[in-house]
Design a protein. Structure first.
Length: 202
């Protein structure tokens, strides 16, 4: 409620961008903690060894835990926008509606792909949730989900550049506020997301 109240004082196009970023932060946390909890439960049940030893690649097995956060994230984005429109009377304005939808899907997919890559390493630690706690805040901060990466220190820039959600967030902001590099940012985002998903085969 507090967040939505604050968003009503923003320009409508910026409100939509902020709502999308807030939703993406939720998708990242859900993906990371959901997969960490799943691996923890498999370890406690004694089935983790069977998963690792199975013929299928581990990221492919863990992908089922990524589908739900992606679907929930896209649903949450639509519901949040509708909530702000119906309850607070703020109609979001989008400069590039089609690119906005493409950028939102790309951003959510890249978060799931990055979570898939990171969650593959959870089998190496005894308490996966502890590692998830450490990675939650720094990742979405470095990706620019909370604030633009241009406001972060210079030494963070190389880290942000190799994280696929960074480019999805840039594409989303440009689609909502106007920009000329939306397609390039979406392409980089999807390319790095695919690379993250196939990282175990490289």
């Amino acid at each position: 409620m507090t967040i939505c109240s604050g968003l009503t004082s923003m320009l409508p196009m910026r409100m939509l961008s902020c709502l999308a970023m807030l939703t993406s932060m939720g998708v990242w946390a859900t993906t990371l903690f959901g997969c960490g909890a799943a691996i923890q439960l498999h370890r406690q049940a004694g089935t983790l060894q069977l998963l690792v030893a199975s013929p299928l690649p581990l990221p492919l097995i863990l992908m089922q835990y990524m589908i739900a956060p992606v679907a929930t994230g896209l649903y949450a984005l639509v519901v949040t926008i509708a909530w702000g429109w119906i309850v607070f009377g703020v109609t979001p304005e989008v400069t590039e509606p089609l690119w906005m939808a493409i950028a939102a899907i790309s951003l959510v997919a890249s978060l799931a792909a990055l979570g898939l890559l990171i969650s593959s390493t959870f089998v190496l630690v005894r308490n996966a949730n502890s590692l998830a706690n450490i990675l939650d805040f720094p990742i979405w901060l470095a990706c620019g989900l909370l604030i633009p990466t241009s406001l972060l220190p210079d030494w963070v820039a190389p880290i942000s550049a190799v994280l696929s959600p960074t480019w999805g967030a840039k594409a989303l902001r440009e689609a909502a506020n106007g920009g000329s590099h939306i397609a390039a940012h979406v392409g980089i985002c999807l390319g790095q997301a695919i690379r993250s998903s196939l990282g175990d085969k490289a």
